[in-house]
Design a protein around this ligand. Structure first.
Ligand code: ZN
Length: 372
């Protein structure tokens, strides 16, 4: 079965300038200038593969509109929005944590990234497409209400959720975040909101180093609607697929959201410079297939993927293409050229120390079924 999948990309996303940092540190007397890990390459090359594979002709292009200030202020403080706007006048500003540089005009590009996720969400909610992938940049899941961090300027997914609530009558939303880093921004924005379920699968103690534990479960009347699965470094397809089957899918079935948003980062991949996991394109495909299926079961298939991290310029395109094929049900015939090396590693077997973490999160998913 094929589906009508919407697709957002804008050339301006590739023009978001993260300076000459050497990976994550600014150049200096003993640090040779280089590229920031967060560079245009992985995303632009994913878009290139979507075009060259021919998939682009079978997706529905969605032109992103810039987010408005009103959209952004539903989530962020006026102080933060003004900070990004003023930093954007500099040759190289920073989103707030000193690790998130952006060039002149970055404010407008960040508004277009948030707007891309909004446009994808509106297309799904209005029924003009079945589901949608917003290949946006800069990413959003680390952005807090009052602070940009971890390459994120604005919280793209929460901003789109708040548009869905304000204009489309949506009340209950689930966010599934498989980026290798903890979705701290999304968690904190919604930790006291019982109508948004935030699930994050991530590498423990990676970034931020002090958030994302299983003990963070939401606060007050929202207790139980935050679920973290802090997997140990080295986790592969076995741990991710077990987390999906035992935690994510049961939690979505219990919560019954009206819309599912996916923070789609590919930095848990086998060759990511910022992550220590070994996930492959076939597992990303399986995750997307299952999420699309469960969305059909609980919310008429209303699911939106918004791109987050993923820093391997050579491998991210195949992970992203696998997700888009799963969403659309269209096979392009493009094979993962790295499969011969990455797919058969013993690293993919579920290990006992990974199983322990999943078992703990499984309890939270089961408890969610009792409280909602
Ligand atoms: Zn990440």
């Amino acid at each position: 079965m094929t589906r009508n999948t919407g697709y957002v990309w804008h050339e301006r996303y590739a023009w978001h300038d993260t300076g000459t940092f050497a990976g994550i540190v600014p150049p200096g007397p003993t640090v040779q200038p280089f590229h920031n890990f967060e560079s245009p390459e992985s995303k632009a090359r994913l878009n290139s593969l979507v075009e060259v594979s021919g998939l682009i002709e079978r997706l529905t292009p969605i032109r992103p509109r810039p987010a408005t200030e009103e959209d952004v202020l539903r989530v962020h403080t006026a102080r933060h929005v003004e900070h990004i706007r003023s930093q954007s006048l500099l040759p190289l500003g920073d989103a707030g944590d000193g690790w998130s540089p952006f060039g002149r005009g970055g404010y407008e590009i960040a508004m277009l990234a948030a707007g891309g996720t909004i446009s994808a969400t509106e297309a799904v909610l209005s029924g003009s497409v079945d589901n949608a992938y917003a290949l946006v940049r800069p990413p959003g899941h680390h952005a807090e209400r009052d602070l940009g961090m971890g390459y994120c300027l604005f919280a793209n997914i929460p901003i789109a959720i708040e548009v869905a609530r304000a204009r489309y009558g949506v009340e209950r939303v689930a966010v599934v975040d498989y980026d290798v880093h903890h979705g701290n921004g999304t968690q904190h924005i919604y930790e006291d909101d019982p109508d948004v379920l935030a699930i994050s699968l991530h590498q423990e103690f990676l970034f931020p180093q002090n958030t994302g534990s299983a003990a963070e479960m939401g606060v007050g009347r929202a207790e139980g609607t935050t679920i973290n699965v802090p997997l140990p470094a080295g986790s592969g397809n076995g741990a991710y697929l077990a987390s999906l089957q035992r935690v994510v899918l049961p939690a979505l079935r219990a919560f019954r959201p009206q819309l599912v948003m996916v923070a789609s980062g590919f930095d848990a991949s086998a060759v990511d410079p910022l992550g220590g996991m070994t996930v492959t394109a076939s597992a990303y495909r399986a995750i997307a297939e299952n999420l699309v299926d469960v969305a059909e079961e609980v919310c008429d298939g209303r699911i939106v993927f918004s791109h987050e991290g993923g820093y391997s310029p050579v491998y991210v395109p195949y992970c992203g293409l696998a997700v888009l094929e799963a969403m659309s049900g269209i096979e392009t015939g493009v094979l993962d050229p790295y499969a011969f090396s990455f797919e058969n590693s013993p690293a993919h077997q579920l290990k006992p120390w990974q199983d322990d973490v999943i078992a703990e999160a499984e309890v939270l998913a089961r408890r969610l079924g009792l409280v909602v």
